[in-house]
Design a protein around this ligand. Sequence first.
Ligand code: ADP
Ligand code: MG
Ligand code: ZN
Length: 471
Amino acid sequence: MSETWEPVIGLEIHVQLKTETKMFCRCRNGFGGGPNTQTCPVCLAFPGALPVPNRRAIEEAIKLGLALDCTIAARAVFHRKNYFYPDNPKAYQISQYDEPLCSNGRLAVPTADGDVTIGITRAHLEEDAAKNVHVAASGRLHGATATLVDFNRCGTPLIEIVTEPDIHDADTAKRFLQLLRQTVVELDLSDAELEKGSMRFDVNVSVRPAGSGELRTRTELKNMNSFNFAAKGIEREIARQIGIYEAGGEVQQETLHFVPGEEDSPPIRSKEEAQDYRYFPEPDLVPVHPPAALVERLRAEIGELPGARIGRIADTLSFYDADVLVTGGLDRLWSALVGAGADAKEAANVLSNQFVAAGVDPGTVNAAELAKLVAARAEIPRAAFDEALSKAGDAGFAAGPYLEQKLVADAGELDPVIERVIAASPGQAEQFRSGKEGLLGFFVGQVMKETGGKADPRIVNERVRAKLSGT
Ligand code: ADP
Ligand code: MG
Ligand code: ZN
């Protein structure tokens, strides 16, 4: 007897804000300084140093809360979360506990089968820890001979977003994360770069018999620094848990460390049911009372959100194209291209393929010039088209010089080359005539090579076929 299993997934996401200064002191916030140069008595936890909250960080957290349709608390409280670790000099982290700034929200995630709405339990503000640097290690603690601490990151403003266990497949989890990333990037709160760690996420996974509403024991996966790894890790974990239940076993609550390319995710430590963080209200900070006028001003600053744009664009293009454009930050340029006369589908193809490969910032592109190139794509050599795209963000970029490099489509110019190529391989020409259609590509390829890729492949195809068949 084999049951059907329903996966249950909840996400915890940390986003580093790119404010000028840290959460509770005036140290510069951001990468770049030498180790421990961006520090002060507050973020190094000298006795008697007092925190002062960063107004900008509070506003940005409220703004994200509004974008996630959260209730903004009339009164929010900072708590101390106590734990010992070398990256935590105060031996507590200032975080939020039972009175977070934002709660009870939702994010509608467009999918090919319509929107899936994921509940947002809360979004709160806290400070980041310092960074432990394991020296002489291969990136992991194992094998390290020493651990150094860089306190530059200590005190960086973080927003933690916690979802309800509303997600039931890996692909939706991935889409949620991508959409959330694009949302914080567009709100200009964070660069949310996974490789830099300015966006990090943990994934909670359990499975239950389909149709049951129970919440079974979950495991938590850490260390997934790409959206694809997150999806892979989730899928692997779902399969592992189903295997355990079907073999009559029980899933253990634990934290697992995702290792790309390996079959297993080794446990980091088994997680206690109720970790004793001894939360208590931070006595050095007063509660935050966001004024209603501030909340309304922030609400008015929010433009059309990426999820809504995916839905709108999917009316014109496929859902898949709309998703790639919006989560890639390309849809505004796409709209501008279409406005300048480019074909909608063609523009989407160019942007999500060659344009992405060229690595150009879409915000710097002159859409009218790029639209001319998109329209002429089939008529200019691939190499010229790619070069044009790589320059499309340069000041004063013009399509004209590239449009002049038209593909050769003139039969008078192409026929002598085609005749030469056919005459050089009489055997293959004979085989083609007796039915080996696949050999057409052999001849077309040689003509393209002889013309240095400048021949129009559609015309070459036609002419080669005509010549071979003697028509
Ligand atoms: P903790 O305080 O231990 O981190 P939370 O209650 O804050 O636990 O939940 C953390 C995350 O785990 C949330 O995203 C939540 O949706 C998710 N979660 C809770 N229970 C389950 C479960 N049984 N299966 C999958 N995810 C779960
Ligand atoms: Mg939690
Ligand atoms: Zn400081």
